[in-house]
Write a protein that binds this ligand. Structure first.
Ligand SMILES: O=C(O)[C@H](O)[C@@H](O)[C@H](O)[C@H](O)COP(=O)(O)O
Length: 238
């Protein structure tokens, strides 16, 4: 099927004619990267995003027979809700990715009960220190407002979230547009990944991406593109 390839220093554009074709291609790339990581360092560390876009990709990836028992899956970000909530990214990952062959992977959640989002972020920060950083693969989504992870344009203290030199792993987020308080990986951890994919679908997201890379006010996704140690691989379908 036709595949569009546009490049710039900060990203490579991989356009697909259909969402199922994109899901299969992205799953193949991610599985390959994880397999290489396992061969090189004995484990693969994957961070995925939530939302409504990733389900087809998760299903395709879950069925690929790699050494999932050597893979650690965590989240790019999480809503401050328990896994039983329909808003939970952990619940989405459990239902769509940690199935089939991928059931054997170890999952590290971000949400746990805490008196505040700040306390949850601090204990996550301590708990995730022991993971085999850097990320081998991170799969980002993007909102029409140009947010990615939980880097919402209206977030309190957005500069801290986007600080490429931060030594934090997990940060708390308060943003009116987010719906509820969030926990997010820091930009510093995301941009250091061996493979950074941005998975977006629909004309609105393509327009939003084009706007974010054009001259003008810097949106959060642009901060990731600018700080990424390697070009971000954009996977898009209409
Ligand atoms: O928790 C989340 O919602 C995500 O991590 C977030 O960053 C998501 O990727 C974008 O908001 C796009 O969401 P959709 O896929 O629903 O458009």
């Amino acid at each position: 099927m036709a595949r569009e390839q546009l490049n710039s220093a900060a990203y490579s554009w991989n356009g697909f004619a259909g969402r199922q074709e994109l899901a299969a291609a992205l799953a193949g790339h991610v599985a390959g990267r994880l397999t290489n990581a396992i061969a090189e360092r004995g484990t693969g560390l994957l961070a995925v995003s939530g939302g409504t876009t990733p389900a087809k990709f998760f299903a395709a990836l879950s069925a690929i027979p790699i050494a999932w028992d050597r893979v650690i899956v965590t989240l790019v970000d999480e809503r401050f809700v328990p896994a039983s909530s329909p808003r939970s990214n952990a619940g989405l990952v459990a239902a769509n990715l940690l199935q089939n062959a991928a059931r054997a992977a170890r999952f590290v959640p971000l949400y746990h009960e805490a008196t505040s989002i700040e306390d949850a972020a601090s204990s996550d920060n301590a708990a995730l220190q022991s993971l085999p950083w850097p990320l081998d693969v991170v799969v980002l989504g993007m909102g029409p407002d140009g947010h990615t992870a939980s880097f919402f344009p209206d977030a309190d203290d957005l500069a801290t979230l986007l600080d490429p030199s931060s030594d934090r792993i997990v940060l708390p987020v308060h943003a009116a547009s987010a719906g509820e308080p969030r926990l997010t990986l820091s930009l510093a951890r995301i941009v250091n990944a061996g493979f950074i994919a941005l998975h977006i679908e629909g004309e609105d997201k393509r327009t939003a991406f084009d706007s974010a890379v054009a001259p003008g006010p810097r949106k959060p996704i642009r901060a990731v593109l600018d700080a990424a140690h390697k070009p971000v691989e954009v996977f898009w379908a209409p």
